[in-house]
Design a protein around this ligand. Structure first.
Ligand code: ADP
Ligand code: MG
Length: 389
């Protein structure tokens, strides 16, 4: 990979002396979906799939971006003090947003850079390619300009700030946190209310994680995401009249059952129910994994899917079908939609000996029903963002 980056850098920028190479992973969330903006827990792991950058300092004030993934866009230039979101700047709004978020915190760039990007995360599939690009940029800036006081958790927060306030996507902290803080062979049990976290070894005995990409992306993603956030905020306001809570994640299932009559709107009730129950499921799932109870872990994943499908209503026919196909196989311990929803990927725990059968079975049935090609990634859990060279 690094040789390829060097070669491409030379082609695009005419020289590859003194370049530095960085990597930030994508992530898959095992359980705890749509809980990260509700003060709940999440349980993601960083992947070996991710985004790479080759970087060379410039003596002037220009940043010249080039992505092998968006080669048709060519080099996109920005001045280091000229940071405004602009549709014409395409994908570079993500790294620009990170520079903007550093500047907001009083950390200014003192010179420009040539930055070449390559990524192997399928974009828009729920594996967080945008967060990995943000965390990657955060790491490049920390390393290049010696911003020693910036921790990896700060890099995650800066990335989220860039995504929320520069790019207008109101995401929670999970994606950037997983990319910045991932640990090989471990999932991160993160309390999004306090940012306290704990690593849990992912030991699945004779099973493995398989990610299935439905290769569909429905257009409602952004608007539906904002609707869900608003529904949850409204439900929280109503519940706060009777319960002393800061977030939906503060409620146990019993407390929610006692308070739920206040939610007379059935939609608000369903959204809040998902947020509360999914958070409790995530806590149980972490314990199940630590107790080596993989069947219970799998069952909680299945329950998570049902809740996302019926109560949170963020699944879609294609993804439901992939999950149902997985559920029918006795070698599958658990399967659910992962990521924001309305398409994208599923995550399944599959007996290793049946990995091939799983893929064949889903590929064939999915193709027959929707004429679509499902893609599979055998997830390897890797460390968080780092400098490679
Ligand atoms: P995801 O679920 O993958 O994060 P998003 O729609 O949030 O989906 O982010 C995808 C966007 O992130 C792309 O359209 C592009 O703007 C940016 N991006 C991701 N990977 C790359 C890359 N390798 N090179 C350039 N831009 C990228
Ligand atoms: Mg994204």
């Amino acid at each position: 990979m690094i040789t390829r980056l060097y070669k491409e850098f030379n082609k695009v920028f005419d020289s590859n002396d003194d370049i530095r190479v960085y990597f930030a992973p994508g992530r898959v969330n095992l359980i705890g979906e749509h809980t990260d903006y509700n003060g709940g827990h999440v349980f993601p792991c960083a992947l070996t799939l991710g985004t790479y950058a080759a970087v060379k300092d410039r003596t002037d004030d220009k940043i010249c971006f080039y992505s092998m993934t968006f080669a048709d866009d060519g080099i996109i230039e920005t001045g280091i003090s000229d940071l405004h979101p602009s549709a014409a700047d395409g994908w570079t709004n993500y790294p620009k947003g990170v520079i903007w978020a550093y500047e907001k915190r009083g950390m200014k760039l003192t010179h420009g850079m040539d930055i070449l990007i390559y990524g192997n995360i399928p974009n828009g599939s729920g594996l967080s390619s945008s967060a990995s690009l943000e965390v990657l940029t955060g790491l490049i800036l920390k390393d290049t300009f010696g911003f020693e006081s910036v921790s990896m958790v700060d890099i995650a927060l800066i990335g989220q700030d860039a995504e929320n306030n520069f790019n207008g996507c109101n995401c929670g902290i999970m994606d950037q946190f997983a990319s910045a803080m991932g640990k090989k062979s471990h999932a991160i049990f993160l309390d999004t209310n306090t940012l306290n976290y704990e690593y849990a070894p992912v030991k699945l005995k004779d099973a493995q994680i398989i990610i299935t990409n439905s290769n569909v992306k429905h257009s409602l993603v952004d608007s539906a995401y904002n609707d869900r956030r608003r529904d949850c905020e409204n439900a929280l306001k109503i519940l706060q009249k009777t319960c002393g809570i800061r977030t939906l994640g503060d409620l146990s299932e019993e407390q929610f059952e006692d308070a739920k009559t206040a939610l007379s709107d059935p939609v608000l009730y369903k959204r809040a129910k998902h947020a509360v129950y999914e958070n409790q499921r995530t806590i149980r799932a972490k314990n199940a994994l630590q107790n080596n109870d993989i069947p219970l872990f799998g069952k909680l994943m299945n329950d998570s899917h049902t809740s996302l499908r019926d109560d949170y209503e963020v699944s879609c026919t294609e993804v439901d079908y992939l999950v149902e196909l997985a559920w029918k196989l006795p070698q599958v311990l658990g399967s659910r939609i992962t990521g924001g929803g309305f398409g994208g990927c599923t995550v399944s725990i599959v007996e290793t000996a049946a990995a091939e059968i799983f893929q064949e079975n889903l590929r064939k049935a999915y193709q027959e029903k929707f004429g679509l090609n499902a893609e599979f990634y055998l997830a390897d859990i890797d460390n968080g963002a780092r400098r490679l060279l």
